[in-house]
Design a protein around this ligand. Sequence first.
Ligand code: GTP
Ligand code: MG
Length: 861
Amino acid sequence: MIRNIGIFAHVDAGKTTLTEAMMYVSGNIKKLGRVDHRDAFLDTHALERERGITIFSKIARLQTPDAEFTILDTPGHADFSAETERTLQVLDYAILVISGTDGVQPHTRTLWRLLQKYSVPCFLFVNKTDLPGVDKAHIMRQLTGLLGHGAVDFTRTDTPEFYENAALCADALLEAYEETGALTRAQLCAGVKARQIFPVTFGSALKLTGVAEFLSCLDTYTEPPAYGAAFAGKVYKIAEDPQGARLTFLKVTGGTLRVREILPAKGNVNGEKVTGIRLYSGEKFVSADAAEAGSVAAVTGVTFTKPGEGLGAAGDTDAPLLEPVLSYRIVLPAGTDTHTALEKLRQLSAEDPMLDVSWDERLGEIRVRLMGEIQLEILKRLIAERFGMDVTFERGGILYKETIENVAEGVGHFEPLRHYAEVHLILKPGPRGSGLKFTSACREDLLDKNWQRLILTHLYEKTHVGVLTGSPITDMEITLVSGRAHPKHTEGGDFRQATYRAVRQGLMEAKSVLLEPMYEFTLTVPTENLGRAITDIQHMGGTFAAPQTEGAFSALTGQAPVAELCDYAAALAHYTRGQGRLSCIFSGYAPCHNADAVIAAAGYDPEADVLNPADSVFCAHGAGFNVKWNEVKSHMHLSAVLSQRSAAPAAPAPAAAPAKAKSTRDIFAADKELMRIFEATYGPVKDRSDPYNMRRHDKPVKREKAPKPLPPSFAGSEYVLVDGYNVIYSWTELRTLSEENMGDARDALVTLLCNYRGFRGCELILVFDAYRVPGNTREVEKTGGISVVYTKEAETADSYIERVSHELAKNHRVRVVTSDGMEQIIILGNGALRVSSEAFYDEIARTQQEIRERLDRHGIQ
Ligand SMILES: Nc1nc2c(ncn2[C@@H]2O[C@H](COP(=O)(O)OP(=O)(O)OP(=O)(O)O)[C@@H](O)[C@H]2O)c(=O)[nH]1
Ligand SMILES: [Mg+2]
C-alpha cells in the first residue's frame, strides 16, 4: 500500500535535491540530475529550470524493497505557498527540510502552522550538513523551540538516550518505556502518526550522505492508512498537460477509481466520465485502468473539478490558511477583446482558485489576487505562453476584509407579487482567522428542512461583502434562526434574495470592523541601521520581538500591516545600501491600523450598492415595494428572535393566532386608481384572500388604520425596460426569425413594442447587448416613441438595465422584462419589478387583441 509524503521547506533548502537523491539512492532513477544543471527529475517546467526554483508541485514515485511511496515536491517560495498548501490535504506524512546553514526560518514556522492545521505527521531532514558552519546541536535547540519535545534525533535508534527522548514525547510511550526499558517499532510508529514524535535526521542531499538512512527511517516508521470501501477522492490540483488536456490531480481516499467510470460530482453538476488515469512520476506518466485507495493520480475527461473538492464519500477541504493579499489590475494589450481575455484568464482561475480572476463591472477592470512580485512575473509569462497575450499588471491595492464586533439579527424579506420568502439570521463575531461559519438552528415546524438547506447553500454560494468598504466579510458565525416560505408562491430564488438581504441588513445594524492583512516579517539590517528599522516598523503600526544581533547584523522579527510593508523593500535597500533583507509571509488579518483613512478612500456607500441590497421587498396592493433596511423590522412577518430571546427566554412560542387578514381586493378598494393601473397591467385581480395566512404577523397587527401610503416609486409614470436578446430568444416566433436574420427579429420586436407603448402609454426602453463588439460606444435610437439602446463595449444589457432601473425607480414605477433564469437580485434590489419574457409575451398578445377589438369597434380594418 502506498504512502503519500509531501516535502516542505523554505526556498532553496534542498527539497527538490533531496527528492532526486532519494529516487537515485533507491534505484528509481539511474541518472542523478541537478537543479543547478537544469536537469532535475522534478523541476521540469521551463520557468523552473530558468529560475532554479520549484513553482508547481510535482510527483515522484518511489519504490523500496518493502514499501511504495508517492513523494510530492512543493515550491518553497512564499509566493507559491497556495500551491504548497493545496498538497497538504492528500498527505499521509510530511518531510520538513531544514537547511543546516539557515536553520529555522520564518517560512519554516508558517509551514509548521500548516502541518498543524492539516494534522500531518512529520519527519525532519536537516540538509546541507556538508557545508561549513552547520551546528547540529544549535539546530536541534531551534527545532525543540519550534516543535517542542517531539523533535527527537533519529540518527541512532538503539541507544538508551534515544529511547529516553522518545519516551518523553507522550505518557503512553513513557509507561511502555518504564516497563520494558525500550520502545517497539509499532509504538514509535504510533507516536509518529499521532504527531507526538517528529523524527529528525541529518545529511546532505547534494552529496548523498544520510539519504539512505533517511529513506530507511521513512520505511520503518511510516504506515499506510486504512481506507473505506466506498469510492472517495480528494482533488488537490488542476493543471493542463502540454497538449492542453485538463488534468485533475486527486488522491483516491476510498474504494477504487476506474477508467470509463462516471466520476460522481457534488451539487447540481452531473458526474463525468473518466477517460484516463495517469500515474505521474516527474515529467512522465504511465496510464492505468484503475487507481486503488491511497493512489495519487491525474484524471482526464472531467471538467467540473476544483482544488479542495471532495468526491464521492469525501468531504470538501476547509478554506486554506494562506491567501493572496495583493490585488492587481490586468492591463490587456491594445485591441484585445476583454470578454475573450476574461474567459481565458478564468481558466487559470480554475486551476488556481486563489487567483480569483474577476471582472469589476463598475470600474471595467479585470482583477487578480497575488501573493507577490515573483508570482506576478511567472503569471505574466504563463499568460503569454498559453494565450499569446502580453499583459501588464497594475497594483490595485490591498485586500481588506470586514467583520463585526457585536451580535445582530439580520432580516431579509422578499415578496414581489407571487413570490415569498423571509429569512432571519443571527450574525455573531467569530475568533480571528476562523472565517465564515454557517449553521441552522431553525425549527423544522417553522421552516422545512429543504428550505433551510437551500438558505445555507445561498449563504455559501456568494462572497458576502461588508458595509464599510464593500470588502468580503469574515470571522463570523451566521446562524439561520427563523424563516418562512409560502406553500404556493415561494420559489428557490426567493430565498436567495431573502438570504442575501438578511446578511446585509444584519451587517447594517451591527458594528463593523475593518480588517487588514498582516505580514510576519524578518528584517535583517546592519546593526548601525537597527534604530531606523525599529522606528519604521513602529510607524507602520507593527509589533516586534527583541532584536537578535549576530556579528555586524541584527534581525528584527514581528508583524506589520501588508499595506505598509509591501513597498518597504525599496526604502530598506536605500538606507542599508543594499545590505538589508526583508522576508515576509502572510500571517492573517487584524483590525486595520488606519481604518478611517481606508474607509474614506474607498468611498463606499452601502445603500447605493445595488448588487448587494440591505433593503427588503414587501407586498402591498398586489405589488412589491422596497422597504429600507432600517424599516424592515417594522414590516417583517415573523418576530425577531434576538429580542424574543432576551425578553422572555423561557416562554414557549405563542400558538399561531391568525390575525384576520384583509383580502387584496379590500386593500385595493381603498385606492381605485391603483386598482385600475394594476388591472390594466396584470389583468383582473384575483381574490386571493390569503388562504395561507401569509399576512399574519406573529405580533398583533393593527390593520384598522388606512393602508400605508405607497412608496414614491409608484407615483410617477411607468417605465418598461426590455432585455432585447433575452426576449428574442424566449419568444418562439422571434427566435425562429432570428435564426434566419437577427436584424429582422430585432425590427419585429421594435414594431411590437411600439404598438404596445402606443396603446399602454408607458415609456419603453429596449436594450440590446453590444458589449462583445470591440470599440462599440453606447448608442440610443428613438424610434416609434420607444428608445432602443445598444450597450457599449464591456457593458452587458443586464448591467445597463440595472443602472438605469436603479435611477428610474427613485421616482417612477419601473418594470424590467427579462428571462426567468436571470438573477432577480439586481433588478428587484432597487425597487423595480421584474416581468418574465413569457409573462410579457402574454401581455403583448393581450394588448394586440385589445387593439384589434378597438379597431373593429370603430370599423377600421
Ligand atoms: N551544499 C549543498 N547544497 C545543496 C544541498 N542540497 C541542495 N543544495 C543546493 O541548494 C540549492 C537549492 O536546491 P533545491 O533542491 O532547488 O531547493 P528547493 O528546496 O527545492 O528550492 P525551491 O523548490 O525553489 O523552494 C541548489 O543550488 C542545490 O544544489 C546540499 O545538501 N548541500
Ligand atoms: Mg524545489
